[in-house]
Design a protein around this ligand. Sequence first.
Ligand SMILES: *Cc1c(COP(=O)(O)O)cnc(C)c1O
Length: 355
Amino acid sequence: MTQSMTIELTTQKKQKPSAQQLGFGIHYTDHMFMLNYSEGQGWHSPRIVPYQPISLDPAAKVFHYGQTIFEGLKAYKTEDGRTLLFRPGKNFERMNRSNERLSVPELDVELALEGLKQLVKVDEDWIPTEPGTSLYIRPFVFATEPLLGVAPSKEYLFMIIMSPVGAYYSEGVKPVKIYVEDEYVRAVKGGVGEAKTAGNYAAGLKAQEGAASKGYTQVLWLDGVQRKYIEEVGSMNVFFKINGKVLTPALNGSILSGVTRDSMIHLLQSWGYEVEQRAISIEEIYEADKAGTLEEAFGTGTAAVISPIGELLWQEQKLVINGGETGELSAKLYDTLTGIQKGSLEDSFGWTVEV
Ligand SMILES: *Cc1c(COP(=O)(O)O)cnc(C)c1O
């Protein structure tokens, strides 16, 4: 690293929550990482400081024009006390692809990774060890220049905050009910669906609320032009097992390229499965069900790793998948990936990075 990082340790360590109190993104560790960008100077002043509120000018561009990107990854404690990150380089590479789309300057990946490792080290005692728990890491970047002209900001702040999170499935992996959304859309080709940017989430809340009011956990997004092809499920990528083959929508420009998606594809191929990445219509899924060949469906993402889909509702037609139970392949993928992440299974892909 060419720039030296300063570390200011807190004098008031917070009390850590118990495993039962964890939840998701409720509690934050004692420290955070900050890095500034100024035009002409580039990224500068990497520092670890006590976790605290930040002060911004009300005219900061992020509030008005939404130039902001986030990432999400996890750190785990192994049985023998080592700390592992899962494919962290992938997250910063993706952040740079998102940055590029939103005219945010390219992040120095080495500097960000070094900052992340140092921060995890400083707050290592915050990584929970109970089964299913982990330390969720949230890197994000936003425009801070106080100027209302519509143009890319000349100043940014990159930060990393961390939150100990509880077991996503407290009673074992459980399938969810999904509402197939055919009114609202998440993204269109040429838009920002490929970027992990806040606006995509704000735009999805309305549909999510609608699904929840009908008793569904999440929505299945269809393409923004024809409402015909499957894109994602909530904020997860989606997979289907049909007649022994595994299908997932191709990265077509409006779908987020998940690190978990990529990992699942590698695992499946290493087990000899044929994985087709292509356009999948919602009709195809319903027809496969009628033909008796739809075997499993699941979403993938960092938070849940795998979320099996037990039921779909599309235009009043209810479809129950695998009797509403977690499929064999979903369970095997979940056990294998979480095993690699926690260091209890051999990492033959070289995915984990020790801190
Ligand atoms: C973050 C995200 C995913 C999952 O990506 P992972 O890298 O696997 O966590 C999928 N879809 C959307 C829209 C996302 O924001």
